[in-house]
Design a protein around this ligand. Structure first.
Ligand code: FRU
Length: 431
């Protein structure tokens, strides 16, 4: 694979302005428009960031015939814009990867933070490890935005015999696993930017080395005197990074910070929910990001962005030259977000949540100006159709979709793809 990545040879790899300047909505990166599904398995709930319970090797866990997902969840009577303030982890289960049943909250109290944000879940030899973002402090009377990476172990997942039911319960032991060190990773008091981040832990065991790693979203410290971004103080505020910690012993509750894998200084503030898919010697690193978190002068989109390298530590090269892998159509620019990719045989499957639809605006700020009933009506709050993507070295192409919330196991075959002829930005759910 050619890796013409121009990051100057140092670490972390940089996603630079000249690359991001090439971002554009073209067929290969353009997801079809989404319409609400005929019936919603998540009815009664708003769900957004979601992840499957996975094995150590990253594959989706098959727990006695069930697969389980964990989602940030609130009741669906809540104004969607308020959901981040009260988010909790709930689990849902399915025997066919299509119909999901609500299991309940993952934790029975005891989690760190005044609310819990995104993470990942490992199913290892019958033990369940839940990694999550502890945002704010438990019991605080005013919301704060401090973020720490936490983990919990000791719970159990059980398939109730003949009951067609999966339960998660037990005595969870919670620990704060990581806090920013101020050198590789900005602390909140160093932050000069719009939205501070230290969150979204993602467990990944390196298949080539066996190294146990935790990736996360963070920011690189950029002091004004650093001279970065040509000394432009406004650009310097955009400092998103993909962080990494390792567990020398392999114990999923014991981590040490390492240098970031990638940063986007002068380019983008938020590289959300980083995760890796490994295929044939290539590490595909994905993040979600927003239109409004790109630095001035760069036109980006709410989208899934990706990089490829032949070592987990990089260097990384942005996929398709600029990094964009999947975005929403211009006539529904906020219809989906928070993409999570996993390999299915030769294809990449990408789940996400159905966000605000029937809405075209410059940013989501306009949503808050709508009547509350409209804010509720236009929020999907459920899983979006799963995207099917072709990976070819450092190039990707959206091939089609599966139904809303369909998460197949590798043993399951996918439907035939329909042809692309005459494709425009509006096309049907599966083709
Ligand atoms: C992405 C995200 C995550 C965060 C969560 C909070 O959608 O911003 O980075 O953990 O939402 O709700």
């Amino acid at each position: 694979m050619t890796n013409q990545f121009s990051h100057g040879g140092g670490r972390p790899s940089a996603w630079c302005r000249s690359q991001a300047a090439g971002l554009e909505r073209v067929d290969r990166t353009l997801a079809p428009i989404i319409y609400p599904a005929p019936s919603d398995p998540f009815d009664g709930w708003h769900i957004w960031d979601t992840w499957p319970v996975r094995n150590r090797d990253g594959t989706i866990a098959d727990i006695d015939g069930y697969r389980v997902i964990v989602s940030l969840t609130t009741a669906d009577t809540l104004l969607p814009g308020k959901r981040h303030d009260v988010a909790e982890l709930h689990y849902f289960y399915s025997s066919d990867g299509r119909r999901w049943t609500h299991g309940g909250p993952v934790f029975d109290g005891g989690a760190f933070g005044s609310r819990q944000w995104a993470g990942s879940t490992l199913y290892d030899d019958g033990d369940l490890y839940v990694f999550y973002t502890a945002t704010g402090s438990r019991g605080e009377s005013e919301l704060t935005y401090t973020q720490r990476i936490a983990g919990a172990v000791g719970g159990r997942v059980t398939v109730v015999p003949d009951g067609d039911e999966v339960t998660i319960d037990g005595d969870w032991r919670h620990e704060v696993l990581l806090e920013p060190d101020g050198t590789f990773y900005e602390r909140e008091d160093q932050s000069r930017g719009m939205i501070y981040t230290f969150r979204d832990p993602w467990f990944f065991e390196n298949p080539e080395t066996g190294e146990t790693t935790l990736l996360f979203e963070a920011n690189t410290p950029v002091p004004p005197e650093s001279g970065r971004c040509g000394g432009d103080p406004v650009q310097q505020e955009f400092n998103g990074s993909v962080g990494m910690a390792i567990s020398e012993s392999g114990d999923p509750m014991d981590w040490e910070l390492r240098e970031p894998l990638v940063d986007a200084v002068c380019v983008n503030q938020e590289l959300e929910r980083p995760h890796v898919a490994y295929r044939n010697g290539s590490y595909y690193l994905f993040v979600s990001s927003h239109k409004h978190t790109f630095a001035p002068g760069i036109e980006g989109f709410d989208g899934l962005y990706g990089f490829v390298g032949d070592d987990l530590r990089g260097p990384y090269c942005p996929l398709n030259g600029h990094g964009l892998v999947a975005t929403n159509p211009a006539n529904a620019p906020f219809q989906a977000y928070s993409w999570i990719a996993y390999l299915h045989r030769e294809e990449l499957l990408v789940a996400s949540f159905f966000n605000y639809y029937d809405y075209v605006g410059e940013s989501l700020d306009g949503i808050a100006e709508l009547p509350e009933s409209e804010q509720l009506r236009r929020f999907g709050g459920t899983l979006a159709p799963t995207l099917r993507i072709q990976l070819d070295g450092d190039r990707t192409r959206i091939l089609g979709t599966l139904d809303h919330g369909h998460l197949p196991l590798p043993s399951e075959s996918l439907p035939e793809l329909r042809s692309f002829e005459g494709r425009t930005s509006r096309f049907v759910d599966a083709y």
